[in-house]
Design a protein around this ligand. Sequence first.
Ligand code: SAM
Length: 264
Amino acid sequence: MDVKEVVKDKYGKAALQVVGGGSASCCASGCCDPITSDLYDEREKLGLPETALLASLGCGNPTALAQLNPGETVLDLGSGGGIDVFLSAKRVGPTGKAYGLDMTDEMLALARENQRKSGIENVEFLKGEIENIPLPDNSVDVIISNCVINLSADKGRVLAEAFRVLKPGGRFAVSDVVVRGVVPPDIRRNVELWVGCVAGALSEEDYRGKLRAAGFVGIDVEPTRIYRAEDARQFLSAEGVEVDAILPAIEGKFMSAFIRARKP
Ligand SMILES: C[S@@+](CC[C@H](N)C(=O)[O-])C[C@H]1O[C@@H](n2cnc3c(N)ncnc32)[C@H](O)[C@@H]1O
């Protein structure tokens, strides 16, 4: 299976788990993971369907950190169960619009059902790939995304597509996993699997470089949650990794970050 098929399979199953009354990240059953838990405050969650909250699989809260104004058009890359699309739709109000884009049928079905339950009208879920965004050039004010770009095998293409659909002056405001500093490749791969980065996370320098190459300016990378090696101990041990030996090599190097940039 190629990366896309692995990702579709994984998130298709996660969506069905929510439809079946479970949680996509299994927090409800008590195995809260340090990446997806506690990203949204109680006030934000008010009025959203339970199944939108249970489907949350992000690693940040881009809508809370992004500047969103009434009347604007927002696009969420890899919208999953739709939580960030609904939060954006509330912020841009009835004169604005929030699009969610996802390639996994089960996630789209869940997101559309969540929209029906929430009654939020200024939302539209599109089927497609973030490497080929099905929207015209210069049509979006703000691009958000929550822990999805690290899943793409062609991140440069995703950023070029984001640039294309943004209007001049449009903002890129994305949460993603980023690696800081040097981590030996085999260790890096194991930790990335723990964080769920099937296609590998970018280093901060690579992220900045790819954003610049796509044409973005005003680039900023702000850590929002730094992962502790201890949190990954159980997963890494099960993979046969000698955790104590690699702790110094990974401590403080994997993080969720809020990445901002602007189309000139
Ligand atoms: C980690 S989940 C995040 C979902 C959502 N952003 C959230 O915060 O809950 C990743 C989502 O991105 C979608 N996805 C991953 N790669 C994609 C791609 N290349 N094109 C479109 N959707 C993709 C998956 O189907 C899944 O719904």
